[in-house]
Every structure is written in structure tokens, then in C-alpha cells.
Write a protein that binds this ligand. Sequence first.
Ligand code: PLP
Length: 430
Amino acid sequence: MTDAPSYGFDTLQIHAGARPDPATGARQTPIYQTTAYVFRDAEHAAALFNLQEVGYIYSRLTNPTVAVLQERIATLEGGVGAVCCSSGHAAQIMALFPLMGPGRNVVVSTRLYGGTVTQFSHTIKRFGWSAKFVDFDDLDAVRAAIDDDTRAVFCESIANPGGYVTDLRAVADVADAAGLPLIVDNTSATPYLCRPFEHGATLVVHSTTKYLTGNGTVTGGAVVDSGQFDWSASDKFPSLSAPEPAYHGLKFHETFGPLAFTFHGIAIGLRDLGMTLNPQAAHYTLMGIETLSLRMERHVENAVKVATWLENDPRVDFVTYAGLPSSPYHDRARQVCPKGAGALFTFAVKGGYDACVKLVDSLEIFSHVANLGDTRSLIIHSASTTHRQLTPEQQAAAGAAPNVVRLSIGIEDVADLIADLDQALAATTA
Ligand SMILES: *Cc1c(COP(=O)(O)O)cnc(C)c1O
């Protein structure tokens, strides 16, 4: 199908990027389980390697099943192209890779997924890159953190562990004034709830492991390009604007225009870093995306009901969910993600650390796991698991104080979820 922009989200989530298989007429996208593709002749092979013709060479770079997923995610985000990767963390490296170099830095929000905090605080230093962590509610601090070596600004739309929404337009304006791309991790919101490009973002990254796949089966990631950034406006992005030595001096921006970032991601990023998504995983994610809007509507509806119930329960100290009118981020959420504030939030149990441990051990439907965005409801007590190495002060700053648990609300019957929380909270006071 042609991806006419007039089609609605529910149509695009099923059809974008897909067409009946040209060889067999198969209606569903086949899993092209192949490593390599036969060249028509030597001339065809040369044209492919020169990027003069678009086609398939080797599945570390491109694969027809993965290509459908890339086009689908790009379309749902309103971007010009996407590169899929083996995980969300791979996508973050792939997004920064064309922009950064030794000595360069990225200005990032303090409110990020825990694994991203670790990747940005420690691991990227091995490449000579660094991250400056800033409170993104303080726009002057964001401006002040940007220096001559900054190459990108990074935040999450609805941020982990939930309850916080970034003012994307305000942050995009700061990045824009500094001539920098804004990268938004849109994992918790999904393009159904939030479209960062409409708020001025340049690139979107996803952990497709979460809501896009939706049922906790495969890891994957994606980098989506808006196609709006002028990589040649300054000399800050030579990999895209100047001759790229890693591809015999090709000038990506001059050659591919708005698709420069996407072509660079495939021709150099996937070729040399090899963080490739496999076609089997792409298939699972394509299956998930077909029902994204239906699931997100139910996730949000359930989250609002569970959060409201918890907020009114005397055994609960507070609930941080931007979907509640009591949240300081409620109005912002209505601007940034008008269809709902996601399904991820935290709440504090009056009995503190011991009560939280009792709670997670007493739940029957909720699973105690380090994951989110599953059809199943999930819970994690961060202070005794993912954040146990941190000091109590660091735990509190990360929204993971000892008395706090994080919920990822699934799409089960909401009455059952509330009954499960009710009996587990009763166990904490027994
Ligand atoms: C899970 C997650 C990641 C990392 O993705 P993986 O697929 O686990 O590598 C990054 N950002 C957010 C917001 C996440 O939830």
C-alpha cells in the first residue's frame, strides 16, 4: 500500500510498509530468514555496494522483514526513515554514533530509564563521549550545560519510572537555538500517545522490546529520523556533512538529503557496529504493532483506574502518575501526550521498605520483573533490585526510594488488578 498521509493511525499500524509478497502473494509479511541475497550480475552487485541502487546485500545491513518494520515505525512516528537495532540500548548508541566523537558530549535529562543512566554515565566514556545530566524542568540549566563540544540533547517523552512528562517543545527550542538535534526516547509513550516530531524533536529512539512488541517476547530497538535537521548548517556533524572516510569519502547529507541519517545508520552504523535486528524478532514486533492503538487505549484506561484507586487508599502515601489531576505534570501531559499519560507509575507504601517487599511477594497477577510495557501487569521494587547499589539519596533522586514500587499496568480486567493490589496491601499490614 502507498503510505498516504491521509490514512489514520489504526490503518497505518497494520499496513504501513507492507505489501503482498511479490514472489508468492503471501498476505502477511514473510520472515525472510536469509543471510545473503543473490546479485543479478556483477554490475548489480557494484551498484548496490556503491549505494547507487537500493537493494539487499547481507542481513547485517538490510533484510526485507526488518525493512517492513522500519518503514512501519517511521510512518507511525511521522519520520522519513528508521533503522531497527537489536535492542533499545543499541538504538541509543546508533542514534549518537553519527553525531559524536572523542571529546564530544550529550546533554541528557536526569529522568531516564536506569539502564540508560548507566550506559550514559559509564559505558559511553569508552568511546571518549560523555553525558551531562541536567534537570530538564530547569531550561536555564539545560542551556548552561550546552558547550562547544555538545552534539545532542537527549530525554524521554514520558520518563521512567513514570509520573514525569518532558516539556518537549521547550527543550526542542533550546536545542534548536544551539543548532543541536533533540533525541527523544519515546518508548514509554509510543507514537500512539506521543509524536515527538510534532513537538520539534529531530530523532526518536525506541526500545521496541516494550509496548511496540507488547508481550515481552523479543528485544529490539529503532532510531527514527524526522528528516528535518540541516546537518550541513554547521561543521559540527562531519560524518553527515563532510566526506565520510568510512564510506570512501561519500557525503551523506549532500547525496541522500533528508535520508542522510538513515543511510548512515545502515551503511556505517549497522555495517560496522553490527547491532542488527534479526528477521524473527522483526516479525514478532510487526505482529505487536498491528494492535498498538487498541492495547495503549486499554493500558491507559486501566492505569487511570488503578492509580485513582491507589491514591484514595489509606495504606498508600502517594501516587506519581501524570494521568491524575493531582500530578504537577497533569497539564503538561495533556499537551505532550493528549491520548493519555501512559501506564507506568510509582506509588509509596506507608509501611516503607519491608511493606514493599511483602507487597511484591504477595501479588498474584502482577509479576515482579525488571521489564515494562507488557500485556501483563508488572511490578518492581527498585530499591531492593535495580537500584540496590545506590545510596538512599541517589535512590530518592531516581524516584526509587525504599518505600516506592513501580507498576507497569497491563491490559487484564482492571477489577482483578485492583483486587490483587488490595489483597497484597492487606498482607503488608497483617
Ligand atoms: C527498556 C528501555 C530501554 C532499553 O531498551 P532494551 O530493549 O532493554 O535495550 C531504553 N529506554 C527505555 C525508556 C526503556 O524502557
